[in-house]
Design a protein around this ligand. Sequence first.
Ligand code: UDX
Length: 420
Amino acid sequence: MKISIIGTGYVGLVAGAVFSNQGFDTCCIDLDAEKINLLSSGKSPIYELLLEEQISNGIKNNTLTFSTRYDSIPNSDLVFLAVGTPDLPDGSADLSYLYSAIDQVSKLIKKNTILVIKSTVPPNTCQNIKKYLEKKGLENEVVMNAEFLRQGSAVSDFLNPDRIIIGCSSPEAKDKMLEIYKNWRDVPKVFTDTTTAEMIKYAANSFLATKIAFINEMADLCSYFGGDIDMLSYALGLDKRIGHGCLKTGPGYGGSCFPKDVSALIHSSKDINNHILKAVHHSNNQRPGLMVEKIKQIIGELKGKKIGVLGLSFKANTDDIRFSPAIKIISLLKDSSINAFDPAAMDNTKKALPNISYAKNPYEAARGSDCLLILTDWDEFKDLDYNVIFSKMAKPVIIDLRNLLDHQKLKKIGFSYFGL
Ligand code: UDX
């Protein structure tokens, strides 16, 4: 079976690389020529565990090619669309990249080629695409195949999903989707209509975002009454109906999915009173401001203060800073002088925050600072030599907004430690 994948972001690139490693003849298409050149040389444009290995294997086995052109479309059995659907200023999803890809593809597809939407799209989008194609005289099937991979563990999430969701109506489309996922034997496959498949993706992300907003508010309550949020979260998660996932408190959820998907679902259902989603969105938006208030309560006025920052990406194991709470918090700390370090996200942050200083390692970030802020949960921050950090800081204060570090060990060294 031959496939084309349009869009080489996280979802498209991981899907393309993995499918090519399963032996499918795969062409990944993107308009960005620089990216395509890099990918053709076997290099990944994004920081993602195992991805480069999958890409170079695919190229070596002659099952994976990259192109800026749509030449592979006429010979493809399945065309996956994995272009971005970013949020517009009103919170709705911008489908212009998707429709422009569909315009290109529709000029070239065979009669029985199936279009598979991997992008996250609002409910009824697949039906609307089907109607759009019909107006062009095309009868091609449109399948919704939502993706649940997380950045930082995208390849292993793709290889080991909890379930595979396929929204389609014809037996032919179902057979082709079963063929492409034939090696995912033990994974539950949910076949449903396209609208339900679209809803499942939004509901999953919204529910996980709700869990995070909830645990963050529980952290505020623990702080008010005097309780241990990590213990609370552990005990809560032992209830199998609740589970441990997305119960770690922090500075709020970020990234390219949760913020935009919650907004898009609120927007798509604006005629219906969506109380929970609006509250989650509001709670998360307030979080960076609350974090800054907490910092000010500890270190006092920001003016004249030097703050060392560890962590810029929206979470560990990625260089992505989209909707990163770290970036919002730093922007709100503008009256102080910031010296920041991140293992992967420095280059991306330099474009977004050109006016702060960047340290070449965590120890340099701490040098001369009045406090050290932990903003991203990188494991390597746990293993630093905090005796060295203690000796470099002007005041030994650590504010850990990820509850990442061993506070007893730090207190023994002499730090004043503040977690959530
Ligand atoms: C998410 C979904 O998990 C994934 O299924 C979907 O396909 C895309 O969106 P991702 O954005 O990569 O994946 O990251 P995730 O690990 O879910 O974290 C999202 C945000 O929530 C991060 O900012 C993270 O730090 C925060 N988070 C996550 C918490 O604050 N606490 C948690 O317990 C989990």
